[in-house]
Write a protein that binds this ligand. Structure first.
Ligand SMILES: [Zn+2]
Length: 175
């Protein structure tokens, strides 16, 4: 099985917006399969294409291992060209990111969302979700837009993150 390298903060392409997918070809199918392998290998709940350096609008997810597991979010589920159509409410909860290993912080997100996109065959899908699944959709669509969760926290918390990150890197260089 092939695994892809997950890019880590502060890799510059994590901040670039992705392009809509118009050709669903064999090469894309292969990339989707590799993304699924990488998702399970890294034990993440979701993985967006920009996290492996692929600036195309899609993500894969599987919430079957999550505490709030629901059958409709057991995957792998693939969403191409995702778009949020409706949001409702707000919830603040801990969030992590495979591109920022070991970092968890509270992030406010819409509690319920309605998302549309395409499945891997190009058929339109609409998924309504709340709680963790809704949070995941917003997190992955942020990746597709070149936005990381550290842009969704307060500037004070961001300063603390940046200071810690610099310190860690300094330690890595010296020891
Ligand atoms: Zn992430």
């Amino acid at each position: 099985m092939d695994f892809l390298d997950i890019l880590k903060y502060p890799e510059s392409s994590l901040f670039e917006p992705s392009k809509q997918i118009s050709d669903i070809d064999a090469a894309l199918q292969q990339q989707i399969d590799q993304m699924i392998n990488t998702l399970y290998f890294s034990r993440g709940l979701g993985l967006a294409a920009p996290q492996v350096g692929d600036l195309r609008s899609f993500f894969v997810y599987d919430l079957s291992q999550a505490d709030e597991a629901k059958v409709e979010h057991s995957g792998p589920i693939i969403v191409l060209n995702p778009e949020i159509l409706e949001t409702e409410g707000e919830e603040t909860a801990d969030e992590g990111c495979l591109s920022i290993p070991g970092y968890f912080e509270k992030v406010s997100r819409s509690y319920r969302v309605l998302m549309k996109g395409l499945d891997r065959e190009g058929k339109e899908i609409r998924i309504e979700a709340e709680g963790l699944a809704a949070r995941l959709f917003q997190h992955e669509i942020d990746h597709i837009n070149g936005v990381l969760m550290i842009s969704r926290i307060s500037s004070l918390k961001r300063d603390i993150f940046l200071r810690k990150f610099k310190k860690q890197n300094k330690n890595a260089e010296t020891g």
